[in-house]
Design a protein around this ligand. Sequence first.
Ligand SMILES: [Zn+2]
Ligand SMILES: [Zn+2]
Length: 139
Amino acid sequence: MICPVCKYAMIVVEYRNIELDYCHNCKGAWFDSGELDLLLKSQGLEEPKAFFDDIFNSQEAASSEKKRKCPICGRKMKKTAIDGQPEILIDTCRDKHGLWFDGGEVAQLIKRLAGEHPTKHDSRGPVISFLEEVFGAPQ
Ligand SMILES: [Zn+2]
Ligand SMILES: [Zn+2]
């Protein structure tokens, strides 16, 4: 798969049987919807669908950031804001192929949620702890 930001070939990182595509050049990461679904289910989340609905149905965020193209279908992705300050914008495919995190965004997300103890009902919890284990906690 080709990185939507810098066009480098991404590598597949496998961890706990979940695969994600990672770009060594810009440190961005692509989460395929199918893999995300597997991840949520493997964490015992009863309603993975709620996670997708939250993310994929959210309003497009106003942003001056360049639009990324989905590495699967090539269509421009939607900017989706994750609450908090500073706002973190991730890119989501309108056809629900997956989510794109820019290089710094994974670290920002981990940092924001470090110290919070996500409950079973917080669907972001398993995703964050997975990313933390794969990418390591930020300094
Ligand atoms: Zn890249
Ligand atoms: Zn797509």
